[in-house]
Ligand binder design. Structure first.
Ligand code: XIL
Length: 738
């Protein structure tokens, strides 16, 4: 069914995008002149409809980000090919030509390359290794490379024509020569390009020309010039484009337009120093866009003897690095062709004159324009579609986890339980998330185009709450996007995979009880200890009303905060009370002194010290400070995991204190453990279906057979985690104090 819908959609798109010329794309219209290319992100080559559009319209592709220096080699000698491979494979499988972009650039380059102030020799060695690795990996499919990107300055008044980048400062223009030599060495067949923006500006184009000429005279293997083509509707003029091509043609045999887009606002150029402000896209703006495309394409066609390829920078406005508000591409945000598409394809002449550039508006502080202004590099906003491929069977309905810190998008969870992580630690070498699929050591994140680390779990996670942490370069840290929860004896990051039955612990508009923090003196440990006490909504309204009390314990790695925070015990109680499913009672949680116990040290664990604190110090405190039924029939004890072990030991050793027992993933009672049948009114035992449910079922049957009032519960689809225990509390509460 899904397949059919997708196919239908793809077909609809194909039909709508070519009007009457079935299956004829831009590439077909320009068969005689040059190839038509497109820069692609991860989503473009994994989404069925977008893939179909690429196949139909384009015969050349460029990886928008995934073949750049930093994404391919985030750390020296550590390569990350996943994104680049995906794009290369798409090109291979569909017979689409691939332009390689780019080998050396001052931007999107790993800090390791130049950050430690290497000598020239060390830098050249690093550069050579990088170029060798990337170029040889894609030799079979990449037919040309942008070897050096953006090495000339935009500063019209500068004496020195070169951009004052770290590589230039270290090596002068020799680094350009070296890069081309290394690239030729790695693939003697690939065409090698110098690529730059503002390339139609008379001052800059002359600089580009001079540099390439000088290099070629010195024997540097430069085959072509890449004109990025980041234009707008106010410029360059057709004449400027024509002049620039004429100039470049004198020095190279190949010219590619490498990154064509046309903004409808007045900003131009190749760096991220534009405001992303939208303009109101009126019909006349649409016409101006179509006209400017018509003009530049007319200039390109005039020089089709040297121009072999014209590449659009992105598939549709939705993908545009400029933000969709700039309305820059022939396809709109829905991948529908615009008027501009028709003008390009049908090789129409422009209808109107070029619009007059509006009077310059003052720019907001910190957003200096490129022309004349200092070149402060702005970081690109993170876009998930650039980093996360669409995957067969994985729904694209990711939303921030409900346990995230305010304003944080990541981690994200989809409706199937897949999780996407993103952490912004640009200088890290290795980032792994402890969450993932069973036993496989979690999810390894990879550096993406903007320097951050991203990754997706291999499969869906169990519903409910999970603790996790990151391992960054060998050290344990929390995810800055997520809130922290006490578990595993530390404040761990927490994530919530929305459970289908989450309603029972949801925060709703019902009367809510109070959770008070109580500090009580413990003579045996000579310190003040803390407990959290839940009192139901009606508590205290009638001063004479007494309430029973459940003493509820956490597990080995948690503390007294766990049940009321990640356990949502108070909300579970509020909801049960509101629905009339239980008679209100008090819940008390204190620290069970379990954190210090090492794994393997359980055998000697007696819970003796805790028994004293609980039974001889906390119970009397609660009975004297709250309206309780201060006798055995008014008390229950239950605990999860190791708290269950404590419950079992303490209830058996002190039969006079509690009348109701609950073990949640925390062992079982055998009939012979319990001295007298009358000592207990109800026994509740539970665990997740992914634990050992048979143990629970069998022991509950045995208890029943021996005449005990015993109840067993298995939480479907969950393991030794909090959703098992939230559900267990919900099932146990109605059975208490009956
Ligand atoms: C841009 C990408 O489109 C963005 O996604 C990224 O954040 C920054 O780089 N000149 C180039 C391209 O040569 O590599 C740039 O691509 C745009 C300017």
């Amino acid at each position: 069914m899904k397949q059919i819908t997708r196919l239908a959609l793809a077909t609809a798109l194909v039909v709508s995008s070519v009007a009457n010329t079935w299956a004829q794309g831009l590439k077909d219209a320009y068969k005689k002149e040059f190839m038509i290319g497109v820069a692609v992100n991860q989503r473009n080559v994994t989404n069925t409809e977008q893939m179909a559009l690429i196949r139909q319209e384009f015969n050349s592709m460029t990886a928008e980000n995934d073949m750049k220096p930093e994404p391919t080699e985030p750390q020296e000698g550590q390569f990350n090919w996943a994104g680049a491979d995906r794009i290369a494979n798409f090109a291979r499988q569909n017979g689409i030509k691939l332009r390689g972009h780019c080998l050396m650039w001052h931007s999107q380059i790993g800090r390791w390359m130049l950050g430690d102030n290497p000598t020239k020799e060390v830098f050249y060695q690093r550069m050579r290794n990088h170029i060798q690795a990337v170029v040889s990996r894609y030799k079979d499919v990449v037919y040309c490379w942008d070897v050096v990107n953006e090495a000339m300055t935009d500063d019209r008044n500068a004496q020195d024509p070169y951009r004052q980048s770290a590589m230039y400062k270290l090596c002068g223009d020799e680094f350009i020569a070296k890069a081309f030599q290394f690239a030729r060495e790695a693939d003697p067949k690939a065409l090698l390009f110098y690529n730059d923006y503002n390339e139609c500006d008379p001052v800059k184009s002359q600089r580009i020309f001079n540099m390439v000429k000088k290099m070629k005279n010195a024997g540097v293997p430069i085959d072509g010039i890449g004109m990025q083509g980041h234009y707008n509707i106010y410029g360059p003029t057709e004449d400027e484009v024509d002049k620039a091509i004429q100039l470049y043609k004198q020095v190279v045999k190949h010219i590619h337009v490498t990154e064509l887009d046309i903004r409808v606002n007045e900003e131009m150029g190749g760096q991220l120093q534009f405001s992303r402000e939208g303009v109101n896209v009126t019909d006349s703006v649409k016409q101006h866009l179509a006209d400017q495309y018509a003009r530049v394409f007319r200039a390109f066609r005039k020089h089709s003897d040297v121009i072999d390829c014209v590449t659009f920078w992105n598939l549709g406005d939705r993908d545009s690095w400029l933000g969709q508000n700039n309305y820059p591409l022939p396809f709109d945000t829905e991948y529908k062709p615009k008027l501009a598409y028709t003008y390009i394809k049908e090789k129409k002449a422009p209808k109107w004159d070029m619009p007059k550039r509006p009077a310059p508006r003052p720019r907001p502080q910190g957003q200096q324009g490129r022309r004349g202004g200092p070149q402060a590099q702005q970081r690109a906003p993170f876009k998930p579609e650039l980093a996360f491929p669409e995957m067969e069977g994985v729904k694209e309905d990711f939303a921030p986890s409900t346990k995230n810190q305010p304003g944080q998008d990541y981690p994200m969870v989809n409706s199937q339980g897949y999780v996407r992580f993103r952490v912004d630690i640009p200088d890290a070498r290795e980032v792994t998330v402890s969450l993932g699929l069973g036993g496989r050591g979690g999810t390894k994140l990879a550096k993406t185009y903007d320097g951050s680390f991203v990754g997706q779990t291999e499969g869906p996670m169990d519903e409910g709450f999970h603790y996790y942490h990151l391992t960054v370069d060998g050290g344990t840290v929390n995810d800055p996007g997520a809130q922290n929860y006490y578990g595993s004896t530390r404040w761990e990051s927490g994530i919530e995979i929305p459970a289908h039955d989450r309603d029972f612990y949801a925060m709703k508009n019902v009367p809510h009880g109070l959770v008070s923090q109580v500090l009580f003196w413990s003579e045996s440990t000579k310190q003040c200890r803390r407990a959290f006490v839940y009192t139901p909504p009606t508590y205290g309204q009638n001063k004479k009303e007494k309430f029973p009390v459940l003493y509820l314990q956490h597990g080995w790695g948690e503390d007294e905060t766990a049940w009321m925070t990640q356990g949502h015990a108070n909300l579970i109680m509020d909801n049960l009370i509101a629905e009339g499913k239980i008679k209100p009672f008090i819940v008390v949680c204190t620290y069970g002194m379990t954190n210090e116990i090492r794994f393997g040290g359980l055998g000697g664990f007696t819970a003796k010290e805790f028994e004293t604190v609980l039974v001889d110090e906390l119970v009397p405190y609660i009975d004297s400070h709250f309206q309780t039924i201060a006798k055995k029939e008014g008390r229950a004890m239950a605990g999860l995991s190791m708290g269950g072990m404590e419950t079992k030991t303490i209830t058996l050793r002190r039969p006079e204190v509690f009348a109701y027992y609950g073990l949640l993933s925390g062992g079982q009672y055998a009939p012979e453990d319990i001295k007298s049948k009358d000592q207990v009114k109800m026994i509740f035992q539970s665990c997740g279906s992914k634990e050992r449910p048979d143990g629970i079922r069998q022991s509950t049957e045995a208890l029943k057979a021996a005449g005990f009032n015993a109840h067993g519960y298995v939480s479907e689809g969950t393991a030794h985690e909090f959703l098992t225990w939230r559900r267990s509390l919900k099932e146990m509460a109605p059975l208490l104090f009956k």
